[in-house]
Design a protein around this ligand. Structure first.
Ligand SMILES: *[C@@H]1O[C@H](CO)[C@@H](O)[C@H](O)[C@H]1NC(C)=O
Ligand SMILES: *[C@@H]1O[C@H](CO)[C@@H](O)[C@H](O)[C@H]1NC(C)=O
Ligand SMILES: *[C@@H]1O[C@H](CO)[C@@H](O)[C@H](O)[C@H]1NC(C)=O
Ligand SMILES: *[C@@H]1O[C@H](CO)[C@@H](O)[C@H](O)[C@H]1NC(C)=O
Ligand SMILES: *[C@@H]1O[C@H](CO)[C@@H](O)[C@H](O)[C@H]1NC(C)=O
Ligand SMILES: *[C@@H]1O[C@H](CO)[C@@H](O)[C@H](O)[C@H]1NC(C)=O
Length: 342
């Protein structure tokens, strides 16, 4: 009985199939195949996309983890062997080179910090190269400049050439860095550039320094020349005779703005290999510099700078409307700025 039905069914199939219009059937099959093909393709593409995203994120995570303490995870992407066009590295060609940049804000001690780094025999930190507008006019001029620096072809008084083991420069947050942060972060992660954030905690002192420096641009207190940094106590004393007046109406908002700028920069560059250094910490404890050398994979060495601090001692002696400023900050989170030494 079972066999019989089966046979009938088989017959039915064999007999039935020619009955259906072959053209219609073929068209249906064709359309079905096409739809399937498109569907499978789209799923494949989606999976490839997802996989790419995952890989990208994984690579970023592995290559550029959060480094506040200079912990070394993956060293290799950060060791480079540049081949400069302008000179031969000679026997130092076999020494790896680290790429770095000091990210900071004006009047935060970055000039002093950079001069300390440059006192190391193997460090070439080439100054504030993006202070020139045309070098940061667009992302291609930025990348061109970065390529030149990291190929060791940027020649400045700081370049040590053959035996540089770390090459970089200092870059202020308002010099195209925030504006082009996406492309720059991508560049840092692709080329293995380590970032050293240098911040100043006491933003009131930073403000005093900024106002005094702006004033001196025109006043030129040192025998008719403007100096942003000085190398003698006499010069420092002369420059600090000028007492700026601080706008107490906008003071709190101005401080908050500086804090926000720093926080944004940290958030944007979070995926890069980086460390955070505070000016005040280096000032009170020079051993902090050894952490920086570790972070850059450099041999330990004592670092020295000839720069002399301009605004020494109590802030009360450096602000014209001191009482006003004191009243404004009293009872706020920034009150301690009034009394700290650095
Ligand atoms: C980018 O800036 C450079 C240097 O100022 C300039 O020569 C170049 O034409 C600019 N490129 C674009 C795409 O705007
Ligand atoms: C540092 O520089 C010195 C002198 O130029 C050189 O002998 C030494 O190999 C360099 N060290 C590194 C780690 O490149
Ligand atoms: C400025 O001039 C005075 C007197 O001519 C001189 O003693 C001093 O060294 C000069 N200072 C600088 C910074 O050139
Ligand atoms: C101080 O700041 C306030 C608020 O931003 C502004 O209106 C005022 O013009 C400023 N005063 C001076 C002297 O710059
Ligand atoms: C940076 O990322 C880490 C881990 O993803 C996170 O814990 C940290 O809060 C982030 N920091 C900033 C400043 O966004
Ligand atoms: C100075 O800095 C070093 C390195 O970060 C740290 O180990 C040491 O405890 C610090 N010393 C003081 C007195 O804070």
């Amino acid at each position: 009985m079972a066999e019989y039905i089966c046979l009938i069914n088989q017959d039915a199939i064999i007999i039935k199939s020619p009955k259906k219009s072959p053209l219609l059937l073929r068209t249906i099959v064709l359309i079905f195949a096409m739809v399937c093909g498109v569907y499978i393709c789209s799923i494949c593409l989606k999976q490839i996309n997802i996989q790419n995203n995952i890989n990208f994120q994984t690579i970023q995570f592995i290559e550029g983890p959060h480094h506040d303490n200079g912990i070394k995870l993956l060293e290799n992407p950060y060791r480079h062997f540049p081949n400069p066009k302008t000179f031969s590295r000679g026997e130092c060609a076999r020494n790896p080179v680290k790429f770095f940049t000091i990210l900071s804000m004006q009047r935060s001690g970055s000039g002093w910090f950079e001069s300390l780094l440059n006192s190391h025999i193997n460090v070439s930190s080439n100054g504030e190269i993006f202070s020139r507008w045309y070098r940061r006019e667009n992302i291609s001029s930025i990348v061109q400049t970065l390529d030149k620096v990291y190929n060791l072809d940027w020649l400045s008084s700081a370049s040590k050439n053959q035996c540089s083991a770390a090459v970089g420069f200092k870059w202020m947050l308002n010099q195209g860095l925030i504006e082009h942060h996406k492309e720059i972060v991508e560049y840092f992660n692709r080329r293995g550039v380590s970032a050293i954030f240098l911040f100043r905690r006491n933003l009131l002192r930073r403000m005093v320094s900024d106002l005094a420096n702006s004033y001196d641009r025109y006043a030129k207190l040192l025998n008719g020349t403007h100096k942003a940094h000085v190398h003698s106590v006499e010069e420092a004393e002369k420059l600090s005779t000028y007492k700026p007046t601080i706008n107490s109406t906008s003071l709190i908002a101005d401080i908050e703005k500086m804090e926000l700028t720093a926080a944004n920069a940290l958030a944007y560059f979070n995926s890069t290999r980086h460390m955070i250094v505070y000016y005040e910490d280096v000032m009170t404890n020079h051993t902090k510099l050894q952490d920086v050398l570790d972070f850059l994979g450099l041999p330990q060495m004592e670092l020295k700078s000839r720069q002399v601090k301009i605004h020494k001692g109590s802030l009360a002696d450096h602000i014209k409307n001191w009482d006003d400023v004191k009243r404004t900050l009293k009872g706020t989170a920034y009150e301690h700025f009034l009394y700290s030494d650095y």
